[in-house]
Design a protein around this ligand. Sequence first.
Ligand code: FAD
Length: 442
Amino acid sequence: MRITELNVAILSYLWLKSHKRNVRDETLATSLFLFRQDLRLSDNIGLLEASRLGKVLPVYIYTNAEQSHLGSSSRLYLHYSLESLNRSLNKCLNIYQGNPVSIIAKLVKEYNVTHVFWSRCYEPWRIAEESCIKETLTELQVRYRIFNSSYLWPPENIKNDIGSYYKVFTAYKRKAYLFEPRKPVPAPSQLTLINDKHNHTTLGDLALITHAPWEKKIQQYWTFGELSALEKLERFLTHHLAGYKKGRDYPAENHTSRLSVNLHFGEISPHQVWQATQRCRLFGASEEDIDHFLNELIWREFSCYLMSHFNQLPVKNFQSKFDAFPWKKTENLIDAWKTGQTGYPLVDAGMRELWKTGYMHNRVRMVVASFLVKNLSIHWHVGRDWFWECLVDADLANNSASWQWVAGCGVDAAPYFRIFNPTTQGEKFDSQGNLYEKFYPN
Ligand code: FAD
């Protein structure tokens, strides 16, 4: 086996699964661990910390804000990811729905919780929720700690020479590389879990899935949960990293990791991906392929960094000179784009892939986005919203930053005059029409 430490992570995860206890030992302190976008046991620092202090009340709250923000495909993925996490926790994941502040306050009192831990998120609405939780915990005199688990570099740590934030990717990357990302931590070696017997909310009550035919179709393309994410990473590094630099541009080839959804829901951490990829250098993997793959992970960091410094990124043009642009609202063109009926094979194949699988290859995302905004003159918000609804990996920072990048109104964006020609892009990157063959027929 090549990726030894990754195998260790998988083994420690499996070992933990068989060593969880849900006993009630009254002498131990109780911590509440709030799962959010970190649906995993390994490399989850807050969970590890909680397990070291004593008993853990593992909690997931489907908040009112989350309910109003998630797209349909994300909801579907979340359902199965939570199902997997619950299995990993011996069916002890306590699931709630509603206002996180009142739910947490109630649990703190009921279970004499001394500490509350969670991992940091960056969506403006999650930050707003978080500050209300912090306020309440302070009032209740309960200690809380928030851990950096979902990104390699906390956004506030990377500053330019005048103490402000970078707006150019390469400069950001250069600075970020000065700080070596931390090593992943193992899954807790033992978890003493508390099951809230008074809670009757089940995963099914969240109504994340409706069993509609489209859901079954998308479901078949994905495997869910932490173990599956770790295995996917191992498969990618073993079989597909070689040739990534070139192959990553060809949508019908299997050269990218497809880890975006796992990273979004935190089934795997970027630290696990980063360190496992770096280790491939020891086994003679091509430096170019490794660097290119890590570069993509850094784009993920950069998107979050931008959103954290400009929280209007999901809604407002970063460059306000684009605010007055006379966008068109031609409904029939929007419908043709959404349903893959534009007559351009690569655009249509991509849009149908999105509809069928909840995913689209990065090259094709750029082409269909450019087509909508620059060929059809439709506002990037229309594309942003459709992607948000359909992508299983819909991610507020990545989706907003990428749409702004393609539209030309973002930070370090593709210039407004650069258009991805949908015909030549198809000839170059899907010359045999393989993607088209695969997804065009209904
Ligand atoms: P790989 O090539 O294996 O890359 C590894 C990881 O790096 C990815 O899993 C992802 O987390 C990150 N990454 C790769 N490319 C980018 C990028 N351009 N920007 C930021 N991070 C990147 N990505 C999302 O995760 N969610 C979105 O909602 C999203 N919307 C997009 C919208 C548009 C218009 C465009 C052009 C791109 C969007 N992306 C989004 C970025 C990118 O297309 C996907 O992350 C990538 O296709 C996922 O496939 P992969 O995991 O096989 O990537």
